[in-house]
Design a protein around this ligand. Structure first.
Ligand code: GLA
Length: 389
């Protein structure tokens, strides 16, 4: 799908369904994480950027408490009543209901609406299509009920929807960046304070997402296992979360941990350091240093945290050997999905074609490659003077 067509396509589809153009169109992006992996649930630091692939909703308010939403991509319609939210078997609609539930649980009075939803964030690739849908939904409810848009609060409610309504135990990173991203920038997020700092992308570089075309069914249990191991390590160090352990303390005290837990903790402690160093390198425009840190992050995720798979490791090697590459690593939860590379702008075409051809030769799998632009987080797309929102 051509991403630039989405606003026209969704407006046309809404008009066809509901007989008039939509007064309101919202979008919320997927994300790619540049560095800071498996640190968010350790109260640590992450450095993601919002990408130019998003979930979109075109909608109009209703006078009652009904929500009627048609998915263009699945050709299915979900209908629910805000006064009687219950689970059912349309998985995609659970994200929308979950956000309504979380907003209402937080005390917000919501209003009904009807609309169409579509998206171009590849599902299950590790680019946070779920967080994009949650934040687009939150943006829609907030606009209709005229709630103030506070990105960290909305991100927390989206995370709550995913943890408690949908039942997936994610951290806060994906919702935060989808809610608070800024064009042309990555965001250094302190996942304890939920404080954010804008970090510009180095000049003449591009961020390239490399989808390995592998998906792992057991991500959830492996993810939860890693979370538990991190908690055990934090308890061993006598701290609230591994965020509170620095490299010096780690090296002085880690020998009492069992070898697996020690490696898990070493990744998190090192990754928090690398992430802050990466933000400093970016502020200086130092693409070479940023690339080195990205490479170190992958090696640690591969050897210590053990969340890569063969295809991710092959993809990262292909990328590192291709022209113009400053650094490459897996991104997201791992076990499959995508890698990310920082590439010199003038070399990007050659980079993409070399990675594609070497990867397919090595793995017999065809990769999807996206050259990404950093975009804004969740926003109303309809011009405000036209929509009144
Ligand atoms: C998934 C989760 C995030 C984060 C990453 C790993 O994307 O949704 O909260 O934990 O994995 O960094």
């Amino acid at each position: 799908m051509n991403s630039s067509n989405v606003p026209q396509r969704i407006t046309a589809a809404f008009t066809e369904h509901f007989g008039a153009p939509p007064p309101l169109v919202v979008r919320a992006p997927g994300r790619v994480n540049l560095i800071g992996e498996h640190t968010d649930y350790n109260d640590g630091f992450v450095l993601p950027m919002a990408i130019d692939r998003a979930a979109w909703i075109a909608l109009r308010p209703r006078a009652d408490q009904q929500v009627i939403i048609h998915s263009l991509d699945l050709a299915q319609t979900a209908v629910f009543d805000l006064c009687h939210l219950t689970h059912d078997n349309q998985k995609w609609a659970e994200y929308i209901k979950g956000v309504a539930w979380a907003l209402q649980t937080a005390g917000h009075k919501l209003c009904g609406w009807e609309g169409v939803v579509t998206g171009d964030v590849p599902i299950g690739a590790g680019l946070s299509s779920s967080a994009a849908l949650e934040m687009a939904t939150a943006r829609a409810f907030a606009a209709v009920a005229r709630l103030p848009w506070d990105a960290p609060t909305m991100a927390q409610l989206g995370q709550r929807a995913e943890n408690e309504w949908v039942g997936v135990n994610c951290g806060i990173m994906d919702q935060m960046i989808s809610a608070a991203g800024k064009e042309g920038h990555a965001l250094l997020i302190d996942c304890r304070a939920l404080a954010t700092e804008l970090v510009p992308l180095p000049r003449d570089t591009v961020v390239v997402v490399l989808d390995t075309a592998t998906r792992r069914g057991l991500v959830d249990s492996a993810y939860n296992e890693r979370r538990r191991q991190c908690e055990v390590a934090a308890e061993y160090f006598g701290v609230r979360a591994l965020r509170d352990v620095d490299v010096v303390q780690f090296e002085a005290c880690a020998e009492g941990l069992d070898p697996v837990t020690r490696r898990r903790a070493r990744h998190v402690v090192g990754e928090n350091d690398r992430t802050r160093a990466a933000a400093i390198a970016m502020a200086r425009g130092d693409a070479v240093r940023l690339g080195e840190l990205i490479n170190e992050s992958h090696n640690s995720l591969r050897d210590d945290f053990e969340v890569t798979n063969t295809e991710l490791n092959v993809m990262v090697e292909c990328a590192r050997r291709a022209p113009g590459c400053y650094g490459a690593r897996m991104t997201g939860a791992g076990f499959g999905g995508c890698a990310v590379a920082l590439v010199a702008l003038p070399a990007v075409e050659e980079f993409v074609s070399q990675v594609k051809s070497v990867y397919v030769k090595t793995t017999r799998r065809d990769s999807q490659i996206y050259v990404c632009r950093a975009t804004n987080g969740a926003e109303i797309v309809t011009p405000q003077h036209e929509s009144g929102y």
